[in-house]
Design a protein around this ligand. Sequence first.
Ligand SMILES: [Zn+2]
Length: 93
Amino acid sequence: MKNEFSFADSPDTACITCCHVLNENSPILYVSHDEDGCWQFLCSGQHSEADARVVSLADILKIDNSMAVLTELDFGEYAEAESETSDWIVRRI
Ligand SMILES: [Zn+2]
C-alpha cells in the first residue's frame, strides 16, 4: 500500500464524510465524485444533512488508506461496495 497522496486534487480539498465514519469507525462503502468536483465518502447507512462532516482528502486517507484506489473516479461517477472486503462497483451518477 503506497502512502503518498495520489488524488489529483490537493490534499486539503474539502470533502464530505459522515459522523458514522468519523466517530463510529463505520467502513466507507460509498464514494462519489460529483460533477461539481465535490467528493463524498459515506458509510452504507441512511444520511441526513445533520450527519455530514467536512474533512480534507488527506483526512480521508488517514481514516482509510484503501481509498487511494478510488482516486481515478471521474467527475459524475460513484463507487459502491457491499462490504469492506468486496470489490468497488463504479457507476455514473
Ligand atoms: Zn454514515
